[in-house]
Design a protein around this ligand. Structure first.
Ligand SMILES: NC(=O)c1ccc[n+]([C@@H]2O[C@H](COP(=O)([O-])OP(=O)(O)OC[C@H]3O[C@@H](n4cnc5c(N)ncnc54)[C@H](O)[C@@H]3O)[C@@H](O)[C@H]2O)c1
Length: 340
C-alpha cells in the first residue's frame, strides 16, 4: 500500500529508541495502526530481527535504524521531523545490572542525553516519552511507609548506593530529573512488570513457563521469592496506554505509572496459574527470595486512567495463555532450558 493511500505519516513520525525490543516492537504496531510512520532505532544488543520484527518492517512507513544510540555520528545524521520520541534504549535486566552496575549508570545516562539532544533538534516535537521504572519506589518500600497501590507522588528514598541493583533505578531516577529539566514537551512513565510474547527469557513469567513446560513427571516446580507479589500488565495494554498518553495533551508534563491496577498476585499463585496454562500438575518447591527483589509492587493507576481514559483489562490467565502460545514453539525447538 502506498503511503498516499494509507495516509501513513498523517499522525506524525515517531522514533522509538530500543524499538526492536519488547515494548518497542508492540508500540510500533500500535502507532502504525494509528497512522504514524515509525523509526525503530536499535543496536540489536537485545532486540532481535525475528519474524515479529520483520512483520513490523513490512508495514508501510516502518524503518529499522540499526545503530547504537550512543554513536555521536548517528545524532549528527538523524532526521529532524520526529513528532514523537519514545526513549526505551537502556541497559536493563537484573542479571545485566548486577554484573555491570557502573556501565548501567554511565550508559543509561549517556543514552538518555543522546536522545534528549536529538529531541532538541526536532523542528516540531510534540512529545518526548521517557521509560523510567517502577524500581524508583524500591528505596521507599525499604525505608518509608510505602502505600500499595503506589501513587506517583510518594516521597522517593534511595536504596544503598553500594548495592549493584541500585545502579539501574538511580540511572532512571536521574533520567527523570534530566527529562523534567529539559524543557521539552515530555511524559515520564514508570513501567510496572509488563509481560507478554517476545519479552526475552530473563523474567519470571517466561522462566516459570519454561520450567513448567520442561517438568519431568513427579518433579516439583521451583519458585523463587514465593511470597512476593506483583501486578502484571499485558504488553498490549501497556502500549495502548503509551500511545494514548503520548497523544493526549493532558499527558504532557506528567509522571505516570504504566501498569495494571491488579489483581496483585503472589508468586506461588502465579506458578499455579502457569501450571494450569501449561497443562501440568506439580507441587511447588519454594526457593529463597532473589536478593534485592521488592516484596510487593503494585501501581496506583488512577492518574493514568484519568489522563488516558484507559485501564489495563487483559486478565492474567488470558495474557499468560497468549504468552505461552508464543514461547511454546521456542521451548520445543530448544532441547535445553535457558540458563537462569
Ligand atoms: N518491561 C518492563 O516491565 C519494564 C519495567 C520497567 C522499566 N522498563 C523500561 O522500559 C524500556 C523498554 O523495556 P523493554 O522491556 O522493552 O526492554 P528491551 O530490552 O526489550 O528493549 C530495549 C532495547 O534497547 C536496545 N538497546 C540497548 N542499548 C542500545 C543502544 N546503545 N543503542 C540502541 N539500542 C539499544 C536493545 O537492543 C533492546 O532492543 C526500558 O527503558 C526499560 O528500562 C521496562
Amino acid at each position: 500500500m502506498s503511503s498516499q493511500r494509507s495516509g501513513r505519516g498523517e499522525a506524525g513520525t515517531a522514533l522509538i529508541t530500543g524499538g526492536a525490543g519488547f515494548i518497542g516492537g508492540f508500540l510500533c504496531r500500535k502507532l502504525v495502526a494509528r497512522g504514524f510512520r515509525v523509526h525503530l532505532l536499535d543496536n540489536l544488543s537485545r532486540g532481535r530481527r525475528d519474524a515479529f520484527l520483520l512483520e513490523r518492517l513490512a508495514s508501510d512507513g516502518v524503518e529499522l535504524l540499526e545503530q547504537d544510540l550512543g554513536d555521536p555520528e548517528f545524532g549528527a545524521r538523524a532526521g529532524v521531523d520526529y513528532s514523537h520520541i519514545f526513549h526505551f534504549a537502556a541497559i536493563l535486566g537484573v542479571q545485566q545490572v548486577l554484573e555491570h552496575p557502573y556501565a548501567t549508570l554511565r550508559t543509561n545516562v549517556a543514552l538518555l542525553e543522546a536522545a534528549l539532544d536529538l529531541a532538541r533538534r526536532q523542528r516540531a516535537l510534540e512529545r518526548f516519552v521517557f521509560a523510567s521504572t517502577s524500581e524508583v519506589y524500591a528505596g521507599s518500600l525499604e525505608h518509608l511507609d510505602l502505600p500499595i497501590p503506589t501513587p506517583e507522588e510518594v516521597p522517593l528514598a534511595l536504596p544503598d548506593l553500594g548495592r549493584p541493583r541500585t545502579a539501574y533505578m538511580l540511572s532512571k531516577l536521574y533520567g527523570e530529573a534530566l527529562v523534567r529539566h529539559s524543557e521539552l514537551p515530555q511524559t515520564i512513565v514508570r513501567p510496572h512488570n509488563v509481560y507478554g510474547p517476545r519479552m526475552g527469557n530473563a523474567h519470571v513469567i517466561p522462566q516459570l513457563l519454561e520450567r513448567a513446560h520442561r517438568l519431568a513427571p513427579g518433579e516439583a516446580l521451583e519458585v523463587f521469592s514465593v511470597d512476593h507479589s506483583r501486578c502484571f500488565c499485558f504488553v498490549e495494554d501497556a502500549v495502548e496506554m503509551l500511545a494514548r498518553v503520548a497523544l493526549e495533551p493532558r499527558g504532557r508534563g506528567r509522571v505516570l505509572n504504566l501498569g495494571s491496577p491488579g489483581p496483585e498476585i503472589r508468586m506461588d499463585a502465579l506458578a499455579e496459574l502457569i501450571l494450569r496454562t501449561v497443562g501440568r500438575t506439580a507441587v511447588i518447591a519454594p526457593r529463597p527470595a532473589t536478593p534485592g527483589s521488592p516484596a510487593r509492587r503494585c501501581p496506583d493507576m488512577r492518574e493514568m486512567e484519568a489522563v488516558t481514559g484507559f485501564r489495563a483489562a487483559t486478565r492474567l490467565e488470558e495474557g499468560v495463555r497468549r504468552t505461552y502460545e508464543w514461547y511454546r514453539p521456542e521451548f520445543e525447538s530448544r532441547p535445553e532450558a535457558t540458563a537462569p
